[in-house]
Design a binder for this molecule. Sequence first.
Ligand SMILES: Cc1cc2nc3c(=O)[nH]c(=O)nc-3n(C[C@H](O)[C@H](O)[C@H](O)COP(=O)(O)OP(=O)(O)OC[C@H]3O[C@@H](n4cnc5c(N)ncnc54)[C@H](O)[C@@H]3O)c2cc1C
Length: 506
Amino acid sequence: MTSAQTPTSATAAGQRPTALVWFRDDLRVRDHPALRAALAHGPTVALYVLDEESPGIRPLGGAARWWLHHALADLAASLERLGVPLVLRRGAAAAIVPDVAAQWRADYVVWNRRYGGPERRADTAVKSLVRRAGRQAESFQASLLHEPWDVTTQQGGPYKVFTPFWKELSARDHRHPLPAPRRQREAPEPAAPGDSLEDWGLTPRGPDWSGPLAEAWTPGEEAGLALLKDFLGPDTAGTAVAEYPEARDLPGRPGTSRLSPYLRWGHVSPFQVWHAVADRRRAAPEGSAVFASELGWREFAWHTLFHHADLASVNLRREFDAYPWWLPSGGRSRVKHDAGRGRPREASPAVVRGDAEANRLLEAWRRGRTGFPLVDAGQRELWATGWMHNRVRMVSASLLVKNLGIHWRLGERWFWDTLVDADTASNPFNWQWVAGSGADAAPFFRIFNPVTQEKKFDPDGSYVRAWVPEYGTDAYPQPCVDLAESRADALEAYRELGRGSTGRSA
Ligand SMILES: Cc1cc2nc3c(=O)[nH]c(=O)nc-3n(C[C@H](O)[C@H](O)[C@H](O)COP(=O)(O)OP(=O)(O)OC[C@H]3O[C@@H](n4cnc5c(N)ncnc54)[C@H](O)[C@@H]3O)c2cc1C
């Protein structure tokens, strides 16, 4: 506590000081530095704020809300075993956190850090309000292996290319996970109760679409750790991680870890994953290295968000602002770029079309009715389970932004609403990567062909059969776009961009 701060009523009254730990995207009790610090301080109470009011904070998508509901029930049960009550409140964090700290007479308020722009602004506001009320506030590093401001190029700026970023990061030491906390001996004096989880209405009201989600996932810490353990297997060859370098590209096989929602919600920490993988280095040297580098992409996405808070709305390479992607009228980025050259634009399905046609294509893509089986399988997997295989995410996103000419922001929004692992860094980062406008992005001219990708990565057709059972019958739609023609159009639009480009990039 600084000398400018006055003691709270709790310490003044001689009670043991209470600590308040504010949970956010770190819904676990193991390897949780803020919880550990709170428990070391004194009787601890936990808080989760459903914050849809702080300026700029992105409201959760439908699948994420479903996940959060179950994750909070899981967290409450874990905390109860530690004797820590969990208070739920809804509203702007800057109003709620100081209020709950006062109600529970907490003189120490702690949390693990977040890295998005609006989240950091909210945290700064909370910190200053808590301190102004004479309480101590402290934040910890828990969700990234290294703080974005600590990983810079020799010139002192952020990395823009993954390979040197990962070379630098993976050569560093990463702290070991903290041991599991013990049950607290003394509970805090009960104070005002919070909201009831049921009243938040996070699970579907009306038609219940969540059945397949519940079949696919068990949100929570134990389930996440069990998945990690299964994936890594015993310290011998022949485990999933050993086969990861080949199997990770085959959507018809369970070749990846499926840890993404568990990392997204912080049920498992990157430190737990990193060290567990490191322990398999001897048995599966290649697999563990490739898998660890995927954690690196996660880290790179978050570091990029830290330096570009508007990642979900602004092209990192600003020359792409002039690319004629379709957006609904009112928010269009479409520009007429044919200027009398080349083929007549009416022949260009990718670039110039009416809103009705573009909306029809967007809807076909969302619902898995494009007529490209690999893309349709992915979109249906996404709708049913809240997850899509990475290879298919790339192919599906490429079809939308390159062949259908629809703005990546619309695809990003759909993924935001439907993915259980949607996060404010990885989702826009990867959309911009596919679109070519992002950090260390795929070159624009690399346009995935969904037909050849299917042959290569679903050679026995098992993935497509699982999600598109009507494929090969009359019930299956014809391809919604001519691949060769739309590809040529996209490349022409891209070349045009180069001719008019300012060359400015982030
Ligand atoms: C258009 C598009 C959107 C995406 N949106 C998201 C998103 O919102 N949230 C998300 O976590 N991932 C996103 N990804 C990345 C990737 O598809 C998923 O992380 C991966 O499919 C999750 O499955 P897994 O856990 O089995 O991955 P594994 O292959 O087992 O990888 C292990 C972990 O590494 C991380 N990771 C792997 N690839 C990436 C990547 N390209 N970028 C960032 N982290 C990565 C994830 O945390 C993942 O759980 C997106 C990819 C694309 C192409």
